[in-house]
Structures are given as C-alpha cells and as structure tokens.
Write a protein that binds this ligand. Structure first.
Ligand SMILES: NC(=O)c1ccc[n+]([C@@H]2O[C@H](COP(=O)([O-])OP(=O)(O)OC[C@H]3O[C@@H](n4cnc5c(N)ncnc54)[C@H](OP(=O)(O)O)[C@@H]3O)[C@@H](O)[C@H]2O)c1
Length: 278
C-alpha cells in the first residue's frame, strides 16, 4: 500500500500544501500521495478517528480545525500544546494519533536561512498581531532569541492574553505606539492579515527602524506586500511569508514519507508561480 497523507480543512480548496508535498513526492521519486479533504467541523472528530480507514497515515490540518485536531489526538508535542493548535498529525503503527505544530519551526528556520543576522543585534523583536499566527511566532521567538519581545495588536486584550501565556519576556504595547517602538526593534514581524490581497494595508512608518533591522511578513499573497516593498526601498533585510509555509511542511513530509525534504529555490519558484496564477 502506498503512503497517503492529506490536508484537512473547511474549506480546503485554497490550501497550498498539496503543491508542496506533491512536488517533493515527485522530486524524491516516492510512491506516495497527498490529497485535499474538505471536512465539516462537526465531522472532524469522526474523520480523524477513521483516518486509517480513509487510507491515510497522517495529515496537515488547516483552518478551522487546528484546535479541534489537537484535542482529538492521543498525544501532542510541546509546540502543539503551547500553541493550543495542531497543524501536523500522524498515526503510529498501533493506530495512535499524534499531533504537532510546525509553524514556529517553519518561521524560525526560514528566518535563520534568509536573514541569519536577525538575532545578532541588541534590539527587541516586535510582533504585530495576536491571532493564531502570532501565537506560533511568539513561541518560536521565545525559544530562539533572548531579545525582548514586544507585541502590538489592534485589540489590546488579545495581545495581553498572549503575553499572559508566554510570560514576562513579552511586553504589550499599544497598537498606536507601534511606530515609536520601532527605534528599539531589530526585528519586525507582521502576523496580522493586513496587507493580504483583499484586506486593508498595514499602516506603519518604518522610518524609525534601525538600518540593520529585519522585516518579516507572514502574508504571502501577495508575495511582495506593501510592507516588504517599503522596507526593501529603505535598504532593510526582508523575509516574505512563503518561506515559513515551505519550511513548516518539512517535518510532516519526513514523518509520512520517510525522507527529510529540502526547501530549494526551485520549489519556492514553483509555489510562487501557483500563487501568481490565482
Ligand atoms: N506564512 C505562513 O506560513 C503563514 C502561517 C499562518 C498564517 N499566515 C498569515 O498570517 C495572517 C494572520 O493569520 P492568523 O491565523 O493569525 O489570523 P487571525 O487569527 O484571524 O488574526 C488576525 C490578526 O490580524 C489583525 N487584524 C485584522 N484586521 C485588522 C485591522 N483592520 N487592523 C488591525 N489589525 C487587524 C487581528 O487583530 P484583532 O485581534 O484586533 O482582530 C489579529 O491580530 C494571515 O494573513 C495568514 O495568511 C501565514
């Protein structure tokens, strides 16, 4: 029987995961398959209980199922527990469902690859947003850097709630104070949905950022957001959202298909072309 995995979402049509995993299956000459499964929220638990019967050894999980997938799994790694959400699942030979969350791994691995200097300065890391993506970024940053972490969100209470989860190293600042705080920041990460196609732009004045600062945007549609275009024009190092998407897929592929795949410029270009086509 060939190894099969899938991405589970509702809706799931937009997911880019099949593009990534099918590319790797072909690249490494593996006899596997990666499918899309549209599963309604009320059906998720039974779908996961029957994952093997559906022919799968594992799955990626996307919106709105990430929290419920964690609850449905028999065991979860530290990252999934800390983030309260799972994006990668696999079955043991004995049928036990395991959960992981690879978003923080994907973000930090990509940051290290694209901007290795990001952690060398003395500046703070400033995170904009306090949704699910911000939670992954905070978890990753707490582990990867000793820098102070600032978080600003339109709804301050959500930022405070996240800071409560991650402890005193995370300091909440007002959304309106974001420009002023840039002078002390060596890394700026946009985890809001602002700047996405169809969404309002992110309003921020980058003039105060130190010249050696790194600007990362989780938004990948468009790939070159207005934030990144502005940062690039100022000579700042930029990291787009596509790299995180690619790197977060690596651990799942290795689990299911037994090969640790590489994130290459060719794969990046292949994925970017599918974004441009939509
Ligand atoms: N590159 C990747 O691999 C990757 C992975 C995950 C997510 N993402 C991207 O990250 C983004 C956020 O995802 P998410 O799951 O965290 O979404 P989410 O949970 O819905 O959070 C959205 C965030 O955006 C903020 N926001 C929305 N509209 C705003 C506005 N008009 N003004 C100010 N703030 C606004 C929200 O602030 P409030 O709390 O005030 O509503 C919240 O902080 C999306 O674009 C997603 O595609 C990328």
């Amino acid at each position: 029987m060939i190894a099969r995995a899938c991405v589970i979402g509702w809706p799931v049509e937009h997911s880019r995961s099949p593009v990534i995993h099918r590319y790797w299956l072909q690249q490494y000459g593996l006899e596997g398959a990666y499918e899309k499964e549209a599963v309604r929220p009320e059906d998720l638990k039974s779908f996961l209980q029957q994952l093997w019967t559906h022919g799968y050894i594992g799955a990626n999980v996307t919106l709105p199922h990430k929290e419920a997938a964690l609850l449905a799994a028999r065991s979860a790694d530290e990252a999934a527990v800390a983030m309260g959400a799972a994006n990668t699942l696999w079955l043991d030979p004995d049928g036990t469902l395991h959960a992981s969350n690879t978003d923080a791994y994907g973000f930090i691995t990509n940051l290290d690859a694209e901007a290795p200097q990001w952690n060398e300065g003395t500046g703070a890391a400033m995170v904009l947003g306090a949704g699910g993506a911000a939670r992954a970024i905070l978890y990753g940053l707490i582990k990867a850097t000793e820098a102070k972490i600032l978080i600003a969100n339109r709804t301050r209470a959500r930022a405070e709630s996240l800071a409560g989860v991650f402890g005193p190293r995370v300091e909440v600042i007002d959304w309106d104070a974001r420009n002023a705080a840039l002078a002390a920041s060596g890394l700026l990460v946009n985890t809001t949905s602002l700047g996405m196609t169809g969404q309002a732009p992110l309003e921020i004045d980058l003039a105060g950022l130190p010249k050696d600062a790194v600007v990362a945007d989780l938004v990948y549609n468009p790939l070159e957001t207005a934030l990144l275009a502005d940062a690039r024009a100022r000579g700042l190092k930029c990291v787009d959202g596509l790299g995180m998407l690619l790197h977060q897929a690596v651990p799942g592929f290795e689990r299911w298909f037994g090969v640790r795949p590489s994130v290459t410029p060719e794969l990046r270009a292949h994925l970017a072309a599918t974004l441009e086509a939509t």
